[in-house]
Design a binder for this molecule. Structure first.
Ligand SMILES: [Zn+2]
Length: 187
């Protein structure tokens, strides 16, 4: 496996500071997945690792949540010759729009970029179940969760980050008065 930490640092995926993550947690490390996803050749390499893990599993479709998850799902589907669809935000979490359909018991691999509290993955699994699909596995690029949530299916991450996340009330960087940034697509 290539040294992904080195690659992440080189292209600016791993950033130091004081960040509010999408989950609402605070951290001194932020993974800007788009520093990676803007390089198709690196995305291809990383998806190869997820592909290796799941290529012998029986499934027909790769599903990712918007936005980064679409790119990963698409690249993985391309490498493994599967179908690719994506789940978008809705009032109750996530749903399939654009007329995407699932056959009854269609077997699905769910993928995403950064796994922190598992919110997007959980909502994507619910969207699949609502359409009577069956999730057979989960693949992510970076797992930065403190303790892994068991979804009852195989879980694979290309890189397990040791970065700490804190509730805002317990964040040592807040206590030090370091300015908080809100990275990602929320600016
Ligand atoms: Zn903080």
């Amino acid at each position: 496996m290539p040294n992904f930490v080195e690659i992440f640092k080189k292209v600016g995926v791993i950033q130091d500071g004081h960040f509010e993550l999408t989950s609402g947690l605070h951290s001194g490390i932020y993974f800007e997945k788009f520093r990676l996803l803007e390089h198709p050749e690196i995305t291809t390499l990383i998806c190869k690792e997820i592909a290796k893990r799941f290529k012998s599993e029986n499934f027909s479709t790769v599903v990712g949540p918007t936005t980064g998850g679409i790119i990963i799902a698409y690249e993985l589907a391309r490498q493994l010759n599967k179908r690719c669809i994506f789940a978008e935000k809705s009032e109750e979490g996530r749903e399939f729009k654009r007329g995407f359909k699932l056959s009854p018991n269609e077997r699905i691999l769910v993928v995403d970029d950064i796994f922190t509290t598992g919110g997007s993955i959980k909502d994507t699994i619910s969207a699949v179940k609502k359409k009577n699909g069956v999730v057979i596995g989960l693949g992510v690029i970076v797992d930065r969760s403190e303790k892994l949530i068991d979804f009852g299916v195989p879980f694979f991450s290309v890189y397990k980050s040791p970065a700490k996340n804190w509730k805002p009330s317990e964040c040592p960087l807040c206590k030090k008065g370091i300015e908080l940034s809100k990275p990602g697509g929320r600016r």
